[in-house]
Design a protein around this ligand. Structure first.
Ligand code: NAI
Length: 395
């Protein structure tokens, strides 16, 4: 079929298998161009199909020749209906990994459930015996708690006061005021239940109790801080409370890993266009301005560049440097004072007329469509394309 993008707000309901495969190849080429990383050899990535998780899986496999198991929750294709992008990404990843002689298997299902955790442990026992790295990169709007059965929904709201500022509709380029009512205590608790550290800890506890964690095991989860402009809706909002909880959980997990010399880290990453970040009000406008400034200063990075730097210069460096709160920082270039000064100046000036000049809206849009395999260089979108693409280890 001929596959075209069909967007609904901040999501695209179609995706292109050839474009997704090209994105995966481009990320592999980048990692190969940077040389080998003395990293973990048996890796589990939870949230492995898009964004930072996919970049982590690619970096482990093609940077360190690692065997990888990827867990994700994606929609498979059907005749006449495209799969979700993460499905096509994972199909392409496995094919490339197999071609390179690397072990790669995937599990598609709800990572928050006990069943998927058990299935993963079983697979590790059968194929890898033990693993030495777990990347935890889930981003989800909801979680069904495996013990209580309660379905928690996360929110992106400020705490205490109504937040009023501006945001952009990145499809039209219209900059408009945005006002978000403050959350309730329940919203905070629910957002922590979805995006906080409980599920990460459950995973590591189950893996450890099953005896599948190797000596010197490491685990990393991803967090975000960001500037003052986004603070009310992000770091000091409901999602920020979940990130505080996630960061605190790293210490709790590290305590449980002492007898295998293991360690849990949180890495604070840069703001990037992913399926999750497009959903957060204010962030698209901030990212359009940030991209412009970071590109002008030659310090712009995508997910793959971020994770390559995280592995090579932090996690697997002779010493893993952290900030005073114990977090790894690869948002250092985003948070540089000169970059942030420039972004806040531009923020004040940003309106519908000025944005195309002072911001990188085009870059934002391109990255957004790229997430779904569209607008990818070298792909012929006029060509009849097979939508039913299978993931080798799943089909
Ligand atoms: P993403 O939306 O690209 O990826 C989310 C992944 O989670 C996908 O692989 C998806 O299949 C998987 N997933 C979602 N629900 C699942 C479930 N119930 N069971 C199994 N898999 C499930 O998200 P992104 O942006 O890569 O986020 C990953 C982490 O990085 C999040 O913790 C996010 O807060 C953090 N982060 C994101 C930043 C950004 O600007 N995008 C910046 C810094 C940190």
């Amino acid at each position: 079929m001929i596959i075209e993008p069909r967007t609904r707000g901040f999501i695209c309901i179609t995706s292109h298998p050839t474009g997704c495969a090209q994105n995966v190849k481009n990320q592999i080429n980048y990692i190969q161009s940077k040389g080998k990383i003395e990293g973990a050899k048996k890796v589990l990535v939870i949230g492995a199909s898009t964004g930072f998780g996919l970049a982590s899986r690619i970096t482990s496999a093609f940077g360190s020749d690692a065997a990888t198991i990827g867990v994700f929750f994606e929609k498979p294709p059907a005749k006449g209906k495209t799969a979700s992008a993460g499905w096509y990404n994972s199909a392409a990843f496995e094919k490339e990994a197999n071609h390179a002689g690397l072990y790669a298997k995937s599990i598609n299902g709800d990572a928050f459930s006990n069943e998927i955790k058990e299935e993963t442990i079983q697979l590790i026992k059968e194929d890898l015996e033990q693993i030495d790295l777990v990347i935890y990169s889930l981003a989800s709007p909801a979680r069904t708690h495996p013990e209580t059965g309660i379905r928690h929904k996360s929110t992106l709201k400020p705490i205490g006061n109504t937040f009023t500022d501006k945001t952009v509709d990145f499809h039209t380029g219209v900059v408009k005021p945005v006002s978000i009512d403050p959350c309730s205590d329940e919203d905070i608790a629910n957002t922590i239940a979805v995006m906080g550290g409980e599920d990460w800890k459950m995973w590591i506890t189950k893996l450890k109790n099953a005896g599948v964690l190797a000596t010197n095991f490491k685990t990393v989860a991803y967090s975000y801080i960001g500037p003052e402009i986004t603070e009310a809706v992000y770091r000091k909002g409901t999602i920020g409370m979940a990130k505080n909880d996630l960061e605190k959980t790293a210490f709790e997990i590290s305590d449980t890993l002492k007898n295998i010399d293991g360690q849990a880290f949180v890495s604070v990453n840069k703001a990037l266009v992913t399926q999750s970040s497009s959903a957060i009000p204010v962030i698209p406008l901030y990212i359009s301005l940030l991209y412009k400034v970071m590109k002008e200063n030659n310090v712009h990075e995508g997910c793959i560049e971020q994770i390559q730097r995280l592995y090579a210069d932090r996690l697997f460096a002779s010493e893993t440097l952290t900030d005073t709160e114990g977090r790894i920082r690869v948002d250092d270039w985003e948070m540089r004072a000169d970059i942030q000064d420039e972004v806040s100046k531009l923020w004040k000036a940003a309106d519908t007329d000025s944005l195309s000049q002072i911001g990188d809206l085009e870059g934002y849009r391109n990255d957004f469509f790229n997430l779904f395999g569209f607008k990818v260089d070298g792909v012929n979108y006029e060509e009849d394309t097979e939508e039913v693409v299978l993931i080798p280890s799943i089909s």
